[in-house]
Design a protein around this ligand. Structure first.
Ligand SMILES: *Cc1c(COP(=O)(O)O)cnc(C)c1O
Length: 454
């Protein structure tokens, strides 16, 4: 076992391929359905929104997809990212567990999101796309795609959930610094946005609504614009697997193998990226790592949602997929982990939870901030409010080890830093943050509008 605190890979170890878990899924994939007909989608339907290269990745069953050289060159601006052993946190907790974390906050925009923003911009440029549309919650995805579009000289229109637009003005400014346009969603720029505003003039917005607006803007552009999604889809999770592939090499440097791994889940991309290579090792190479998805109690799709077919967006324009969902009409409470406020979950993550290959835990907001404080005061890094969910579950596991005396090896993904989220920490420090459990009646209500898939 190594005595080091940080584990750094040199650029030659940057992965040459993404891992496509579709090749190894223990259950066959469910079809993706056209939202109008509820029949399986055709590539034609998807090609209004995405370039063919990404559609082919979406349905590929090859285990390894080569990373294009121009993408690897840009990855080298921040990858490989470091993995740390949290020695000071272990001491502070007085736990026999060994705790490791992979840190994605070293990317230029401070999260894992550029891992897919860069290839998505690359493939669009290659296909001749001139402009992209997208949505963003907390602004992390908007920042990442704005940076990537700027690198590949593409225009970008960002529909930003209104409550975040108001709560996080610095993220909007970051997006604008890269040259993209940002609008507070619901907007009056789209038919769907106008219909929401007519009914709810004070709507705080939601990811589901912002997705509908961005999809409409691309679909009605006569081919001028394509759409880009920052999570949920297979190709997005696949692009993120550079995280887990690097971590496997870094655990080898550490001379240990994790008993437990944890990542937070909004749409499932940093979780999939971190965990899928470990799922592969469990499924194919006899490893027995416990793999946990950590989600907010206020937006609990995996732990309290239903595994069923549902629309990906509020206006029923995005494809229907089988996933854990709280209902596409779900408008989540305005918790500070803006990136985790989505009604659904990536189909592959959902299928693996449903099949018992991975687990899920939900965490109340206050526990996530308490965990963040313990982490910051031991390790120095201020985590993104989303990432604090992973920290909280890692702490739960470490405290179990303290009780039982077990020396488990725990690794979690620190998906980003929280430097633009200081208002949330300020509220926590002033005792103004509250817990919020999503009410069972609201879940039952939103579930009444599911598509009737035969
Ligand atoms: C967007 C975001 C998330 C949640 O999205 P996933 O697709 O579930 O990874 C988590 N952490 C950070 C820092 C984010 O920016």
């Amino acid at each position: 076992m190594s005595n080091d605190t940080k584990f750094l890979l040199d650029e030659s170890k940057l992965p040459k391929a993404w891992y496509n878990i579709n090749a190894d899924m223990p259950v066959p994939p469910e079809p993706v359905l056209n939202p109008q007909t509820l029949e399986p989608v055709t590539p034609d339907f998807l090609s209004v929104l995405f370039p063919m290269s990404l559609i082919m990745q979406e349905i590929s069953t090859e285990a390894q997809i080569e990373i294009p050289e121009p993408v690897r060159e840009i990855y080298k601006l921040w990858r490989p990212t470091p993995m740390f052993r949290a020695r000071r946190l272990e001491l502070a907790l007085d736990t026999p567990a060994h705790i490791y974390y992979k840190y994605e906050g070293v990317s230029p925009v401070g999260s894992h999101k550029p891992n897919t923003a860069v290839p998505q911009a690359f493939y669009n440029k290659e296909a001749g796309t001139k402009a992209l549309t997208t949505e963003t919650g907390a602004g992390q995805w908007g920042s990442a795609l704005a940076m990537a579009c700027n690198f590949f000289d593409l225009d970008l229109e960002v529909y930003m959930v209104k409550v975040s637009y108001n709560q996080k003005p610095y993220r909007r400014m970051v997006i604008e610094n890269y040259g993209a346009e940002v609008y507070a969603s619901p907007t009056d720029r789209t038919q769907y946005g106008r219909s929401v505003l007519a009914e709810h003039p004070d709507s705080p917005g939601s990811l589901g609504i912002a997705i509908s607006e961005a999809v409409e803007a691309a679909a009605t552009s006569g081919g001028a614009k394509k759409y880009s999604l920052g999570s949920v889809l297979n190709h997005v999770l696949m692009h993120q697997t550079v995280i887990g592939e690097e971590t496997l090499l870094q655990m080898e440097m550490a001379g240990e193998y994790p008993d437990v791994i944890v990542a937070c889940t909004g749409g499932g991309s940093n979780f999939g990226g971190f965990a899928f290579p470990f799922v592969r090792e469990n499924l194919k190479n006899g490893k027995k790592t416990t793999i946990i998805a950590a989600e907010p109690a206020a937006s609990p799709s995996l732990t309290r949602g239903t595994y069923t077919f549902d629309y990906g967006d509020t206006a029923k324009m995005a494809p229907v997929v089988k996933m854990h969902t709280l209902g596409h009409g779900f408008v989540p409470p305005t918790i500070h982990a803006g990136g985790l406020r989505y009604h659904g979950m990536a189909p592959q993550v959902s299928a693996l939870v449903n099949n018992g290959d991975i687990q899920a835990q939900s965490v109340p907001q206050l526990e996530t901030f308490q965990a963040a404080m313990a982490f910051t005061r031991a390790e120095g890094i201020i985590p993104a409010p989303e990432s604090t969910h992973a920290i909280a579950v890692a702490l739960r596991e470490a405290m179990k080890c303290k009780e039982s005396g077990e020396k488990k090896v725990i690794a979690f993904n620190l998906s980003g830093h929280g430097h633009f989220d200081m208002a949330a920490y300020d509220a926590f420090n002033k005792g103004q943050l509250e817990d919020y459990e999503y009410p069972a009646e609201a879940i039952a209500e939103a579930m009444k509008e599911l598509p009737e898939v035969g």
